[in-house]
Design a binder for this molecule. Structure first.
Ligand code: ZN
Length: 151
């Protein structure tokens, strides 16, 4: 009888071990990502919201949105970002000021955006009329703008 008891105990133990280890052995399922899933997800969602805040600002600056639409969307997105940051706070050492942290994050997004708006405007040195990059002569006063046009 003893060997049957031992055998059953062994089977139960083996099943228990298999039950615990099984999820870790699934192919193509990195254990670290599993463990950090909820936290990583929060950060990704926060980054997405921050990106949306920037896109909303960009749409407003480029005239696609009215000031009213911009402010309504901006307020909603900032609420979402703060809520996500609060959740992230709870799973991380605290940052003193969430609002300041949000502004910092938005500022980082701003500098990360391509500087499409910041293209330098060229002006004629003689009459200050705006001229296009590549123009040889000022369209208003005819001033020679390039070395090749002056030669
Ligand atoms: Zn000119």
């Amino acid at each position: 009888m003893l060997w049957i008891t031992l055998f059953l105990a062994f089977v139960v133990a083996a099943l228990a071990v298999a039950y615990v280890v099984h999820p870790l052995l699934r192919p193509g399922q990195p254990i670290l990502v599993d463990a950090e899933g909820p936290f990583t997800d929060l950060i990704l969602r926060k980054d997405t919201v921050l990106q949306s805040i920037k896109e909303n600002e960009f749409d407003y600056q480029t005239g696609k949105l009215s000031a009213e639409d911009f402010q309504r969307t901006d307020a909603r997105l900032r609420q979402q970002a703060l809520a996500l940051m609060r959740q992230i706070e709870q799973s991380q050492p605290a940052t003193a000021d969430l609002e300041a942290a949000l502004e910092e994050e938005i500022r980082k997004q701003r500098t990360a955006l391509p500087a499409t708006q910041a293209a330098p405007t060229l002006t004629c040195p003689q009459c200050q009329t705006p001229v296009q990059m590549g123009d040889n002569f000022c369209p208003k006063c005819g001033f020679a703008l390039t070395a090749s046009a002056q030669a």
